[in-house]
Design a protein around this ligand. Structure first.
Ligand code: SF4
Ligand code: SF4
Ligand code: SF4
Length: 276
């Protein structure tokens, strides 16, 4: 649906964490009223209705996803099951009841527990600034299938993680070598390799904990490794349990998640890594 310049300007001023929802609602309401495009009046009317209903919209948690499922060619992990598993887990945790007991005064969106899932390291849904961030991963591996030395993988890798030929003592054949310490598991090399010399070893997820924006912004810390869906669910379960034990008066997960907690998560969940 088309938007006028003024309408676009107005929607850009809506706080980023509700902008996507307000935008969707503006379009739906404009369509329902038979409007051919969105003007400033439609934005203002919807925004007023949206803010007046804010408290009834709050469900205690929010799961944000990127546009990967809409057909993004960069998807490293196309598993849609994880979103449903997270939705079921968070609904069962009943964080709305918990927040109502903890927060004095009206609940706001910023009180909600936030999880962002991005289907590749481009991280469009901003998992680095959420309570828990999850990034889809495709672990590459070099097979025995003959390499044509086309260098497509080298050109596709934005991390300069792939070398061809024998540039070091580590590589003795004319096969590609992947420096895994640089690899972000984006899967681009797997997609472009025409010979199957680089293939997907397995798909999984990277997990980041304790990010937020606000007055004291903090980037989430990433657990070492790539995890299966079930392991991600176990990590999220532990994160929610910790949050419920420690968070008082609506404190964010990042405010209660210490360096010691991070180390414990590394030890507790490190054994289940898929990439070792
Ligand atoms: S995070 Fe990756 S898969 Fe998701 S929309 Fe962005 S580029 Fe596409
Ligand atoms: S999966 Fe790793 S090696 Fe392959 S393109 Fe992505 S970052 Fe480079
Ligand atoms: S591994 Fe595949 S993409 Fe890379 S040079 Fe060999 S044939 Fe080309």
């Amino acid at each position: 649906m088309k938007w006028t310049f003024e309408a676009e300007e107005a929607i850009r001023k809506v706080p980023f964490f509700v902008r996507k929802r307000v935008r969707g609602r503006v379009e739906n309401e404009a369509k329902a009223e038979g409007k051919p495009f969105v003007t400033l009046d439609e934005v203002k009317a919807t925004q007023a209705r949206f803010l007046s209903r804010m408290e009834t919209d709050i469900k205690g948690y929010r799961i944000e996803t990127c546009f990967g499922a809409g057909g993004c060619p960069h998807r490293a992990n196309a598993g849609d099951r994880l979103v449903q598993m997270l939705e079921a887990l968070l609904a069962e945790a009943d964080l709305l009841k918990f927040l109502k007991e903890q927060v004095h005064g009206p609940l706001k969106y910023h009180h909600e527990f936030r999880i962002a899932l991005a289907d590749c390291p481009n991280a469009c849904s901003q998992p680095q600034i959420r309570d828990i961030g999850i990034i889809g991963a495709c672990i590459p591996e070099v097979t025995q299938d003959t390499c044509s030395q086309c260098a497509s993988c080298v050109n596709a890798c934005r991390e300069q993680a792939i070398v061809l030929g024998a540039p070091s003592s580590e590589l003795t054949t004319a096969w590609p070598f992947i420096r895994m310490n640089r690899c972000l598991s984006c899967g681009e090399c797997v997609r472009v390799c025409p010979t199957g010399t680089i293939k997907e070893k397995g798909g999984g997820y990277r997990v980041l904990l304790g990010g937020k924006l606000g007055r004291h912004p903090m980037l989430a810390r990433e657990l070492s490794g790539i995890f299966s869906e079930d392991s991600v669910i176990d990590i999220v379960k532990d994160g929610i349990a910790l949050y419920r034990r420690r968070s008082k008066r609506g404190e964010r997960f990042s405010e209660i998640f210490t360096d010691g907690d991070f180390e414990e998560f590394q030890i507790e969940h490190g054994a289940k890594r898929l990439d070792v």
